[in-house]
Design a protein around this ligand. Structure first.
Ligand code: NAD
Ligand code: MG
Length: 397
């Protein structure tokens, strides 16, 4: 790659944001890739955002929490950089002229900015799976209409993307999404009932933000990924399987009609899939460790246990039902996970609250469709309200 690419990172201060900057630096240092940073954004971490802006010479920085605007301006008073604050500023960052946008905000909060970037035809490297779960049809149609590419960052989808025959999707018989099983893979339900936030975020293989780490512990992450895969790949969602693979070496697989199964493998390090999206269909060097098969020694597999991990069942039921159910599942899970991390509800309450919200939504507006952004946002808002009520009821009990 010789062209200097203009890059924007939405959510640059998070785990994926950090990894993206480290891949960009590494590739530039090897002389294989040149880049410039158009915009960086964060929720409220002023210090980190300011340090990134200085180090990478960003043209624009945006902080979502409006009350942090003055502190950010003060921290960057000696640098020539444009600064914005508030949710609108994040959208402004997405609208600026970058040809590659890393969507790495956590949660449905990333939906509007990602759509803005998609609408102007940028390549979208998508880590922010929640925006596909909330409004997948809207986002994929926007990307297609504007002529950009959707490059999946999530390791499973990135793996499938590398081995999926997009010219002959009818020859694909199954997608196999692998799951590490998370920190509670071997725990009994009674043990999970008293699990603490610190235990839930201690993932055995991957280092990630708090929300996705809890999602990995409940297996909701794999449920969200199932819905994500159904939006990215032209395949019926019934043909997407989940397989627990504790070593996280095979990142996912595609089965073909002749019995061939193609997989992508690598060490569990997000810098590999991020590098793939940055260079695709070319390749650039990445700082992640190469796989050492002899030291891995053994790859094992087991079926997921939907009884101990009801969140995965709820996600399957949501995609079967369609309409507003996936958006409602996602919103409710976001509220329940935040409440668990804040010590307001117990670990098992996360799936219980989500199930309660889904039952209530199915009873009132279950058949409603999501054809527009407004419909997705309405479903999201309604489920958030119901989930907040369920959290308050549990916290009071
Ligand atoms: P993180 O919590 O480490 O970072 C989230 C980023 O989003 C931060 O920069 C934060 O400032 C920003 N942010 C949070 N709330 C915001 C809001 N309301 N408005 C604007 N910005 C906001 O999370 P992460 O682990 O980097 O994950 C980011 C996304 O990537 C998630 O959707 C996650 O599911 C997905 N993902 C992460 C990994 C991983 O290894 N970390 C792997 C696959 C997919
Ligand atoms: Mg994943």
């Amino acid at each position: 790659m010789t062209r200097k690419r203009k890059i924007t990172i939405l959510g640059s201060t998070g785990s994926i944001g950090d990894s993206t900057l480290s891949v960009l630096e590494f590739a530039a240092d090897t002389g294989e890739s040149a880049f410039e940073i158009e915009a960086l954004t964060a929720h409220s971490n002023v210090e980190k955002l300011a340090a990134q802006a200085k180090k990478f010479n960003a043209k624009f920085v945006a902080i979502a929490d409006e009350t942090c605007g003055d502190a950010l301006r003060a921290a960057l008073s000696d640098v020539d950089v444009e600064i914005g604050a508030g949710a609108g500023a994040i959208e402004e960052a997405a609208e600026r002229d970058a040809d590659f946008v890393m969507a790495a905000i956590v949660g449905a909060a990333g939906l509007k900015p990602t759509l803005k970037a998609a609408a102007r035809g940028a390549d979208i490297a998508l880590a922010n799976k929640e925006c596909l779960v909330c409004a997948g049809d809207v986002l994929t149609a926007t990307i297609e209409k504007a002529g950009g590419r959707l490059l999946p960052v999530d390791s499973e989808h990135n793996a499938i993307f590398q081995v999926f025959d997009f010219d002959r999707p009818e020859r694909v018989t199954k997608l196999i999404l692998t799951a590490s099983g998370g920190p509670f893979r071997t725990w009994k339900t009674e043990e999970m009932a008293v699990a603490t936030p610190a235990q839930a975020v201690a993932h055995p293989n991957w280092s990630m933000g708090a929300k996705i780490s809890v999602d990995s512990a409940t297996l909701m992450n794999k449920g969200l990924e199932l819905i994500e895969a159904a939006h990215i790949f032209p395949i019926d969602h019934q043909l997407i399987d989940v397989l627990v693979h504790p070593q996280s070496v095979i990142h996912s697989m595609v089965e073909y009609v002749d019995g061939s199964v193609l997989a992508q493998l690598g060490s569990p390090d997000m810098r590999t899939p991020i590098a793939t999206t940055l260079a695709w269909p070319d390749r650039v060097p990445s700082p992640s460790a190469k796989l050492d098969f002899a030291s891995v020694a053994k790859l094992t597999f087991e079926a997921p246990d939907l009884k101990r991990f009801p969140a995965l069942r709820l996600a399957k039921e949501s995609i079967d039902a369609g309409g507003i159910m996936p958006a409602s599942l996602n919103a409710s899970n976001e509220i329940a996970v935040a409440a668990f991390l804040a010590g307001k509800v117990k670990f098992l309450d996360i799936a219980a609250i989500t199930e309660q919200v889904l039952e209530s939504v199915a009873g009132t507006a279950g058949a409603a469709k999501v054809n527009t952004l407004e419909e997705a946002l309405d479903a999201d808002e309604n489920a958030r309200r119901l989930a907040e009520e369920a959290v308050a009821a549990r916290a009071a009990a």
